[in-house]
Design a protein around this ligand. Structure first.
Ligand SMILES: *Cc1c(COP(=O)(O)O)cnc(C)c1O
Length: 393
């Protein structure tokens, strides 16, 4: 069922028709590993791709398929694929797009484990990566080599919340025929749709806002049908990091409220930014829709609102940052983001600890930087806890 139009309807209806499933309002969980064939010849036709139908749940599952169709519609892409984690999605895409001795251009600052994967690809396959701010066409062009196989972008950049102009990157990449892959985890398709800006592939850690309830680890990829079909029969099928039917069901459930949750995440984050701005212990705030943010024009161009993640620097050192975390009781100390609960972490010693210190500093991840994922509780509860913790340092 193709429902065009409103995002708020698509998150609830797209990709599923109750008529197909005995009227079941909610997509059933097809908790099966394999599917029986009527005859040997039918099995042959399924394997040859001459007949539609399921074979084995690593190659496709009806519950998972509903989710794949839904995320494709939300990102305005041709096809979606589901993975067992965000990192399974990232690795399936990057391994599919590269071969030994290739080159990758990557945003300066990115998810710690993606950095770990790129480092491993360099060590094992001599696939080198250049990290750049992608601030201008010229800067991007300067980094392109004949063997550049992928441009990989996170925007907002985790955890510094810098922004990269997706249309600009896509324009340069088109000239050189290089695919642009965007990790859209922080924004979700409700706030930013990279495929509409001309990028080629979108990746999600669905663990975060898409699931939204802190109860599932999952990944999603959206892009052109031909490319995703090639992933489906190579790095998805043969590396095998697929999503379970139950996790797909949890995600379908979480997705239904994505627009409602995101609006509240943004409302709360804006309130907290306003309060943090006036706190004497806070020296810098990094939030996309903050008017003082140098990347504000990019935010206006490609994002609807700033999202639910705020990074800020406090006056002091690593110890002071750790003290702020230790003084909190309502806001929970945890990595991850996008949950209904407010979560706080210290990137330099947690999510980004794998990045060598000088590279980390170059990326702007200082010891005083704290990342807050603003939940959808009452903002007053979030702020009163943060305020008393900051007051104590
Ligand atoms: C969490 C995260 C990932 C990895 O996702 P998992 O589901 O934890 O494997 C990748 N990119 C970003 C931006 C993330 O926040």
């Amino acid at each position: 069922m193709k429902e065009q139009g409103y995002f708020e309807t698509a998150v609830i209806r797209e990709g599923y028709d109750t008529k197909d499933m005995l009227g079941s309002l909610t997509p059933p969980i097809f908790q099966t590993s394999t599917y029986t064939f009527e005859t040997a010849e039918q099995g042959e036709r399924r394997f040859a791709g001459e007949e539609e139908g399921y074979i084995y749940s690593r190659l496709g599952n009806p519950t998972v398929r509903v989710l794949e169709d839904r995320i494709a519609a939300l990102e305005k892409g041709e096809k979606g694929l589901a993975f067992g984690s965000g990192m399974a999605a990232v690795s399936a895409v990057l391994i599919a797009l590269t071969k030994a001795n290739d080159h990758i251009i990557c945003s300066s600052g990115l998810y710690g484990c993606t950095f770990g994967l790129l480092t491993m690809m360099e060590e094992k396959y001599n696939i080198t990566t250049n990290y750049t701010d992608m601030k201008s066409k010229a800067e991007l062009q300067k980094n392109i080599k004949p063997e550049t196989a992928v441009i990989y972008v996170e925007t907002p950049v985790n955890p510094t919340m810098k922004l990269i102009d997706l249309q600009m990157v896509a324009e340069v990449a088109k000239e050189y025929n290089i695919p642009v892959v965007v990790d859209n985890t922080f924004s979700t398709p409700y706030l930013q749709r990279p495929l509409e800006d001309g990028c080629d592939v979108v990746i999600h850690s669905a663990t975060k806002y898409l699931g939204g309830h802190g109860d599932v680890i999952a990944g999603l990829v959206v892009g052109k049908e031909a490319f995703l079909n090639s992933i489906a029969v190579t790095t998805q099928k043969d590396i095998g990091g697929v999503m379970s039917p139950f996790d797909a069901w949890l995600l379908l459930r979480g997705l239904k409220t994505l627009p409602v949750r995101m609006d509240r995440h943004c409302d709360n984050a804006e309130k907290i930014v306003e309060k943090l701005t006036n706190h004497p212990k806070v020296s810098h705030i990094y939030y996309p829709s903050d008017h003082d943010n140098p990347d504000y024009p990019i935010m206006k161009k490609q994002m609807i609102r700033g999202g639910g993640v705020i990074s800020f620097e406090i006056k002091g050192d690593k110890k002071s940052a750790q003290q702020v975390l230790n003084h909190l009781s309502f806001v929970k100390i945890a990595v991850s983001l996008g949950d209904t609960e407010s979560l706080i972490q210290h990137p330099a010693t947690m999510t980004h600890a794998v990045i060598p210190e000088d590279t980390r500093k170059q990326m702007g991840i200082t010891d005083q930087l704290i990342r807050l994922s603003v939940g959808i509780e009452a903002w007053q509860d979030i702020w009163s806890d943060l305020k008393q913790a900051l007051d104590k340092i």
